[in-house]
Design a protein around this ligand. Structure first.
Ligand SMILES: Nc1ncnc2c1ncn2[C@@H]1O[C@H](COP(=O)(O)OS(=O)(=O)O)[C@@H](OP(=O)(O)O)[C@H]1O
Length: 444
């Protein structure tokens, strides 16, 4: 006859059941939370999201890294050396050459806090949205030296970057528990320290109250990478990166046929809008009328059988300024539906080329080539990153779940091809002959 449990034993059984039940739930929640960002809560929950994922993701990432690390490779302990303290490193290459390390720890202070954290990142995948950025990021994360972020996309430099006094104060309060007026109470060095520390936390598992104490196990050859595909689209991002990062990180861009990109973009949000792809296109085109594309034919006016490149021949390509204007006017409203604007790659890339040199600091990848020959493209990326060769498992990531109700009509496809044509031609001029006519149905 089994013995009846005492009150204390019963309490212990209930406590343990509840505890393990909650842990199980948390794991299930985490599995779902690693789904793409559009299934995540709104942007101002950044801090909650980060806290939730940080611990779990870093444990998983560490386990994965340890499993992938070649047998026999020593697990180096990062020494926090004072020679790196507050070092401002202009060139990542010089730093690497001089120290033989991939990154250093950084020390800085704001009122009430002294922080030590790794200088991140060395590489950023900035877009374009729906161009295979998730697949590339996942393949890179499999590399034993590469460490990603604790959330799938930080969106640090677009949604969360604090602009203006109120947002900066809110940022300090939320993350650094500081109730200060940044404009009057913080020096610019302190403000930069707060920015850098917050960003760096996306890459580490360090606790805000005891910064850096969990970072001892980061091998010194670690290369940090983040990906947020909307960065390419935002003209402000490069300057924000340069303000926050310790050096000019190298930038990776994937570009996909803008028509397929637009359809993929629509399929990502199909459940949200309940509108047809064509009606959203027409709406976006109408919004262009106010800023320079007033002569462009509408989809209904467009005649794909004429030879004069289909009515778009004399339509001016939007300048960066015009696109910026449009962007600010419509960005929030059309975030999920700016199919045309997001495919004007040349306008976006030009913002980056003002700050980052093509080939040396920006590596641009042809999405379709990545899809058909992932291994060659991946090895080229590793070469650009100056990392040893590695073969990940080449699988599909982030494939669209929703199908178009009706396949894209030939008329709409040709309308889009004609619309994007002048932008693609300018892009080829900037990137080189291998980009000529790649997405052009009238070529070859
Ligand atoms: N291995 C590989 N190589 C190239 N492309 C791939 C790969 N795996 C997935 N995909 C396709 O990439 C599309 C999603 O792109 P992103 O991950 O950049 O989307 S997102 O901006 O992060 O939401 C998405 O396209 P659609 O399926 O047409 O939507 C994926 O199918």
């Amino acid at each position: 006859m089994p013995r009846r449990l005492s009150l204390i034993e019963r309490f212990a059984v209930i406590y343990l059941s509840v505890y393990f039940g909650l842990v199980g739930l948390q794991h299930v929640a985490f599995l779902f939370s690693s789904s793409p960002w559009w299934h995540q809560p709104a942007s101002n929950t950044l801090y909650d999201l980060r806290d939730k994922w940080k611990t779990q993701q870093s444990t998983i990432a560490k386990g994965k890294r340890d499993a992938l690390r070649p047998v026999g490779k020593p697990q180096m302990t990062m020494m926090r050396s004072s020679i790196f303290s507050s070092a401002s490193v202009a060139s990542l290459k010089d730093f690497h050459r001089n120290t033989n390390k991939s990154f250093a720890f950084y020390n800085c202070s704001i009122p009430g806090h002294h922080y030590t954290f790794p200088q991140v990142p060395q590489f950023i995948i900035v877009g374009a949205q729906k161009s295979g950025t998730t697949a590339l990021y996942e393949f890179l994360q499999e590399h034993p030296q590469i460490h990603g972020t604790s959330v799938p996309e930080t969106h640090f430099f677009d949604w969360h970057y604090p602009k203006g006094r109120d947002e900066r104060n809110d940022f300090l309060k939320k993350y650094h528990q500081l109730s200060l007026d940044t404009n009057s109470n913080l020096t610019s060095d302190e403000w930069q320290c707060a920015l850098r520390k917050t960003y760096s936390d996306f890459f580490t598992s360090s606790d805000a109250d005891s910064p850096g104490t969990n970072d001892n196990d980061i091998p010194r050859d670690t290369v940090f990478v983040e990906k947020t595909p909307s960065y390419l689209f935002l003209a402000e991002t490069p300057a924000r990166i340069l303000e926050t990062c310790f050096w000019k990180p190298k930038v990776i861009v994937l570009l996909r046929n803008p028509i397929d990109r637009a359809v993929s973009h629509y399929r990502m949000n199909i459940d949200v809008k309940g509108r047809t792809f064509e009606s959203l296109l027409d709406e976006e085109m109408a919004s262009f009328k106010s800023i320079g594309l007033s002569h462009a034919p509408s989809r209904k006016e467009f005649n794909e059988t004429t030879s004069e490149h289909l009515g778009f021949k004399d339509v001016p390509v939007l300048t960066a300024e015009e696109q910026k204007k449009l962007h600010w006017k419509h960005y929030r409203k059309t975030f999920t539906t700016n199919f045309l604007q997001r495919g004007m790659y040349i306008v976006q890339l030009d913002h980056w080329l003002e700050h980052f040199a093509l080939h040396e600091s920006i590596h641009v990848i042809h999405h379709e080539r990545f899809l058909s020959d992932p291994s060659t493209v991946y090895q080229e990326v590793l070469k650009f990153m100056d990392l040893p060769s590695f073969e990940p498992g080449y699988t599909q990531h982030n494939v669209a779940k929703y199908a178009l109700k009706r396949p894209l009509s030939q008329h709409t496809r040709m309308y889009l091809a004609a619309f994007f044509r002048p932008y693609n031609q300018l892009l080829a001029k900037r990137l080189g002959p291998e980009w000529e006519g790649v997405w052009d149905p009238w070529e070859g």
